[in-house]
Design a protein around this ligand. Structure first.
Ligand code: ADP
Ligand code: ZN
Ligand code: ZN
Length: 751
């Protein structure tokens, strides 16, 4: 079995009375502590050299047959490709907490349970008195029949202790002691009681959809296809019909989306189509729930009952078997890449490996495929090639919305200095009368609200990180609005200073425009326009995205103002206008892929408009209308962009015509980290250069400090399709001091 920090393989004895098999998750003693590990092999005779040692014994089986043979092969392949141990990979692949868990102690321990107390106040008064989180907790308890163990509320459902104390003080919940026997244990939170399921009939596929479904169905086991459909072309319907065919043949299906926010919509559609054989798996779920989902997959596999699992990146490891189809929707999305902890894997690569190991088909879906995928599509015959399926038109032959630019330099020259240009204002004014809706993107990067000094230019920095703090404000009904500063990297919060710490000036003003400032300006200038905000702050919690989108879909607001999340996947028929406030915040980034990612984002956003009967329009405000990305956006020729970009990269010998690997180090101080990075480079340089690679760095990372830790990086650059020229991970770690961490990122997305 495999366990421990360094990820070595250890041998344990199998005590009498315990049945242990390959693929079991077991608990073992190691270095004075208990650890969980995976059984890799059962030996009949001891290997040489071990015989005389006194072996320790396996203590218990935590989960028998947690993984099967092809899963273990996948584990090994991913660990090798990511240059790390199977143990680290296992930790990322299994539900969190599973490897660290202890077996359940004997029953009868006293546990604290939180129960609901009926309020004396009339409902409207009560609602007014509660914060949004407090209301969420009460709703949650109500859904679960009014009580739940404190432990589960904290660890599984993610509520805070302070919240519970506050509700206790209001007399709305009560603490009780209960015996911790299995009978009193509250059930792990599955889904909230589902409404009775009425199965939905599949839609009648159009010709392109039908051809795609057929092609997926008849594709060779282990092959990969790209479903390239313009936004609104009906890709989801293709996934569902292809999935249905697999289920009929007794095979399971895995549907991956890049973000939690996209799960509810897909989950609803799958439940309506396939009924109860659908499950979800993502980081928005508690640890216990994720273990439950994993076990459900195992049970289904044992019972030969096909399932549909919907999840984010880590769901690629769910133990579904036999697996017939994997779908990676929005395959170009960077959220599929895990940056830390190791293994730094890309779900697309894992999916391809899994498809070939399990004999499944892999479908990559996108309106804006990544350059890497496109390159492989151009060579469908070579190994790793991808077959291209196109959905060239929107459903019902609806036109793609035209893109209109607003040159902000002209706006400025004509004396109009608002965030929102006159043309955009004009369009927003007409929305309500027409019964239409708009989405407005406020690019997160570069356009947050910073607090900066007008005299010396200093922005207020986070004390722990190398970034400026952003301004947040909350206004509860009735109460005065409060403002504070917050760090998006480490969540540090502090009060707003009145005076510049550097020069003492009092001319302190927020700079740039966060979603909140845009909301305020819109509210001030367009009275009566109903607004909703869609960003990290307003979509917290398990159902945050869904609730907000439901409110918008139900017509509670005319405009949805939000960050990048807005662009992804939502299908709202009354949205006729998609606007970008400051495209420039996205254009000028020093990254190899910034053009590609920016164009993908803008095209995706454009794709939100005009999906229903009403024609749509896209309005982009920018100071750089001649920028190539903006030009490609306007003429909508993404394929031409890909070709040009491929050409550029080929000439310059850049990724994907070469390979890169990033070594990321973090340590307690800049000097300690720099020293460690230098000794790492000394250690690897000879091998790297011998194998035809180059070392670039060490250099401070783009954000050189996060949460008080200094960050340095070393870039390795070498020929395409060659192995990383590095000694084993454990050997590299030995060079580094204990307090300096290392992540090896093969094929990093950010360069
Ligand atoms: P995409 O994912 O390609 O952007 P969707 O799958 O969300 O597009 O489909 C766009 C809209 O068209 C959805 O509202 C969907 O229900 C509808 N739709 C898809 N296929 C059909 C069809 N064959 N007939 C009628 N409506 C369809
Ligand atoms: Zn100053
Ligand atoms: Zn910080």
């Amino acid at each position: 079995m495999e366990a421990g920090r360094e990820g070595q393989v250890f041998t344990y004895a199998n005590p009498d009375g315990l049945t242990v098999g390959v693929g079991d998750l077991v608990q073992v003693p190691l270095q004075g502590r208990r650890h969980a590990g995976l059984v890799l092999a059962c030996l009949q005779t001891l290997p040489e050299g071990l015989a005389d040692k006194r072996m320790r014994a396996v203590e218990t089986v935590l989960q028998s047959a947690a993984v099967n043979g092809s899963w273990q092969a996948l584990l090994l392949a991913v660990a090798t490709a990511c240059h790390t141990s199977r143990f680290r990979t296992l930790k990322s692949a299994l539900p969190p907490g599973w490897l660290g868990q202890r077996p359940r102690g004997p029953g009868g321990r006293l546990l604290c349970q939180i129960s609901r107390v009926e309020s004396q106040l009339p409902a409207p008064d009560l609602q007014a008195e509660l914060s949004c989180r407090q209301r969420a907790l009460l709703d949650h308890l109500d859904r679960l029949g009014g009580r739940r163990l404190l432990r589960d509320l904290l660890a599984v459902d993610g509520f805070g202790r302070g919240l519970i104390t506050a509700l206790e003080a209001k007399g709305l919940v009560r603490r009780e002691q209960v015996r911790g026997s299995p009978a009193t244990r509250t059930p792990p939170l599955g889904q909230p009681p589902a409404p009775p399921i009425v199965l939905e009939e599949p839609r009648i596929a159009n010709a392109a959809q039908a051809a795609a479904v057929e092609a997926i169905d008849t594709a060779a086991a282990g092959s990969t296809l790209l479903l390239w459909g313009v936004t609104g072309a009906g890709k989801t319907e293709v996934y569902l019909q292809a999935a249905a065919r697999q289920l009929r043949q007794g095979r399971s299906v895995l549907l991956l989306v890049p973000e939690i926010g996209l799960i509810p919509q897909l989950l609803d559609r799958c439940r309506a189509r396939f009924g109860p054989q659908v499950l979800e798996y993502h980081s928005g779920m508690g640890d216990a729930e994720r273990v439950t989902a994993w076990r459900r997959c195992l049970d289904a596999a044992a019972a030969a009952e096909p399932m549909v699992a919907i999840g984010t990146r880590s769901a690629i490891f769910l133990p579904l078997a036999p697996l017939g189809l994997i779908v990676l929707d929005e395959e170009h999305d960077t959220s599929y890449k895990q940056e830390s902890p190791m293994p730094c894997y890309h779900a697309r690569d894992v999916a391809q490996r899994r498809a070939s190991l399990d004999g499944a088909r892999l479908v990559l879906g996108s309106a804006t495929p990544s350059l890497e995928t496109w390159l492989r599509c151009r060579q469908p015959e070579v190994e790793g090639g991808i077959r291209l399926l196109r959905l060239p038109e929107r459903i019902g032959q609806r036109p793609l919305p035209p893109v209109r630019l607003v040159d902000m330099r002209l706006e400025f020259a004509e004396g109009h200095r608002r965030l929102i240009s006159r043309p955009l204002m004009g369009r927003l004014e007409q929305l309500q009368a027409r019964g239409e809706q708009a989405v407005v993107l406020v690019p997160r990067r570069g356009y947050r609200s910073f607090l900066s000094c007008r005299s010396c230019g200093e922005a207020v920095q986070c004390p722990n990180c190398d970034v400026a703090l952003t301004v947040h404000r909350s206004s509860h009904r009735g109460a005065a609005a409060t403002e504070w500063l917050r760090c998006h990297w480490c969540d540090h919060r502090q009060e707003i200073a009145q005076r510049c710490g550097k020069c003492g000036s009092t001319a302190f003003k927020p700079f740039g425009a966060g979603t909140q400032r845009v909301m305020e300006q819109l509210a001030a200038e367009l009275e009566g326009l109903r607004l909703l905000r869609f960003d990290q702050d307003t979509t917290r919690g398990r159902d945050g995205h869904r609730r907000l989108l439901e409110r918008f879909a139900a017509g509670e607001a005319d405009v949805l103002v939000g960050t990048q999340m807005l662009a992804k996947g939502m299908d709202l028929p009354r949205v006729t206008l998609a606007a970008v406030l400051a495209a420039d915040g996205l254009l000028h980034r020093p990254d190899l892929r910034s053009s590609e990612h920016c164009l993908q984002l803008l095209l995706q956003l454009a794709g939100r408009a005009g999906r229903g009967e009403l024609p749509g329009e896209v309005l982009v405000q920018t100071y750089s209308p001649e920028h190539p990305v903006i030009r490609h956006l306007v003429d909508g020729r993404y394929e031409r962009f890909l070709e040009e970009e491929l050409q550029l990269r080929r000439q310059a010998g850049l990724v994907p015509f070469s390979r890169a690997c990033l070594l990321r180090l973090a340590g307690p101080s800049a000097s300690a980290t720099a020293t460690a990075a230098t000794s790492l480079v000394e250690r690897v340089r000879a091998q790297v250069e011998r194998e035809g690679w180059m070392v670039i760095g060490p250099a401070p990372a783009p954000v050189a400090k996060v949460a008080g830790r200094s960050r340095w990086q070393v870039l390795l650059h070498g020929p395409a399709a060659t192995a990383l020229p590095l000694p084993p991970e454990a050997e590299l770690r030995r060079i580094l001091p204990q307090n300096v961490s290392l992540a090896i990122d093969p094929d990093p997305l950010q360069l």
